[in-house]
Design a protein around this ligand. Structure first.
Ligand SMILES: CC(C)(COP(=O)(O)OP(=O)(O)OC[C@H]1O[C@@H](n2cnc3c(N)ncnc32)[C@H](O)[C@@H]1OP(=O)(O)O)[C@@H](O)C(=O)NCCC(=O)NCCS
Length: 161
């Protein structure tokens, strides 16, 4: 009888435990590249280019040590990723994505905070992000958290290869 009582207490407490431990936010390491590419490939309209091979991402991380971020789930999966670099004058963020099943929990904002804090430590005074005009979710995310659309200039581009 007593055993049954203690077993039921354990079961009740297990039920109350969160299904996910806290996500881990940390620097994006070369070992995260495959997981991040899987995540980015699963997101509609991510706009992956020839710069998104494992080798090219590895070069980007090496050129910008410690600036990019990932969120890791309790089973070790990359469920959020953001690339961050700078050219000495301004920072740039690329490919913010969070797994569809983990959105709306503040993970996107935590990744951005991580990268902006690293840029601030390096005394980089501003940061840019390119968002497709028709990406409603993306535009809401950035414009709702203090980012501005200066609308006084265009981004122009030329291809070198
Ligand atoms: C845009 C994207 C990265 C946001 O990731 P996310 O983890 O869902 O972002 P957050 O949870 O930090 O914020 C999303 C919303 O949840 C809300 N939120 C944040 N923390 C929350 C919490 N603890 N509980 C409930 N809601 C919360 C935020 O207010 C935010 O609302 P808003 O979008 O109206 O501003 C994600 O939707 C995504 O991967 N989209 C597809 C790829 C994409 O478009 N990327 C942007 C390219 S530029």
């Amino acid at each position: 009888m007593a055993i049954a009582y203690y077993l039921s207490l354990i079961l009740i407490n297990l039920e109350k435990m969160p299904k996910h431990k806290e996500f881990i936010f940390r620097e994006f390491l070369p070992t995260d590249i495959a997981g991040a590419l899987d995540l980015w490939s699963s997101v509609d309209g991510m706009g992956l280019t020839e710069s998104d091979t494992p080798e090219k991402i590895g070069l980007f991380l090496a050129r910008n040590p410690g600036l990019s971020a990932v969120a890791i789930s309790d089973n070790g999966e990359v469920i959020g990723a953001l690339l961050c670099g700078h050219n000495g004058r301004a920072g740039s963020l690329y490919h913010l994505a969070v797994s569809a099943c983990a959105r709306g929990k503040g993970i996107g904002h935590r990744l951005v905070e991580f990268c902006l804090a690293r840029l601030a430590e390096l005394d980089i005074p501003r940061c840019n992000i390119f968002v497709y005009n028709d990406n409603e979710e993306g535009n809401r995310f950035w414009l709702g958290s203090g980012w501005i659309d200066p609308a006084t200039w265009r981004v122009l581009q030329i291809r070198l290869s």
